[in-house]
Design a protein. Structure first.
Lengths: 112, 113
């Protein structure tokens, strides 16, 4: 069993829809959770970074962590075609950034 | 602000040839540096990381090696490339503090034929 599981998709939704992207994990020591967005043929860019459980909002993006269920989510409101990308979750047990464990990424397409 | 550079952007190499990919970071001192490989449709595989000049940790056995000759320079090398070395190579950096995360470069696409 992989430490981090992420549905690879592809996921296709109409413009304006609410998108929910999810990851599950098995290591209860994970405390730091990240979402990266990766456009085709580009490097991943950090989108959201949360510590422990709870929600964090940034514009149209909301990151949610449920440590009791070992489940994290990224919600995108009012989705735009420019949101079409692969979304990678990542997590770490240590406060330093040396050991990030990544999901395999979900490919998202927003249709105009 | 900090900037991370990688070159070349794309590389096509024959099997058995050597490899040298370079990564440099600007605007920070003493960063942690990382090399990842991303195969098509798959997640990121950590290959090497470095916490300082000359300090390299290898995560997976392979025919690749890494070096850090300067504080903000990280090099990925191979003496003889294999077909299986094809992929998207990403360099990343992180500040050396608690609660930090990693920031990625633009990547190098390597095709071994």
């Amino acid at each position: 069993q992989k430490e981090v599981e992420q549905d690879p998709g592809p996921l296709s939704v109409p413009e304006g829809a609410i998108v929910s992207l999810n990851c599950t994990y098995s290591n209860s020591a994970f405390q730091y959770f990240m979402w990266y967005r990766q456009y085709s043929r580009k490097g991943p860019e950090l989108l959201m970074y949360t510590y422990s459980s709870g929600n964090k909002e940034d514009g149209r993006f909301t990151a949610q962590v449920d440590k009791s269920s070992k489940y994290i989510s990224l919600f995108i409101r009012d989705s735009q075609p420019s949101d079409s990308a692969t979304y990678l979750c990542a997590m770490s047990a240590s406060p330093g950034a040396q050991k990030l464990v990544f999901g395999q990424g979900t490919r998202l397409t927003i249709n105009p | 602000s900090q900037t991370i550079h990688q070159w070349p952007a794309t590389l096509v190499q024959p099997v058995g040839s050597p490899l040298s990919l370079e990564c440099t970071v600007e605007g920070t001192s003493n960063p942690n540096l990382y090399w990842y490989r991303q195969a098509a449709g798959r997640g990121l595989q950590l290959l090497f990381y470095s916490v300082g000049i000359g300090q390299i940790s290898s995560e997976v056995p392979q025919n690749l090696s890494a070096s850090r000759p300067q504080d903000r320079q990280f090099i990925l090398s191979s003496k003889k490339l294999l077909l299986s070395d094809s992929g998207f190579y990403l360099c990343a950096w992180s500040p050396t503090g608690l609660g930090e995360t990693q920031y990625f470069g633009p990547g190098t696409r390597l095709l071994v034929l």
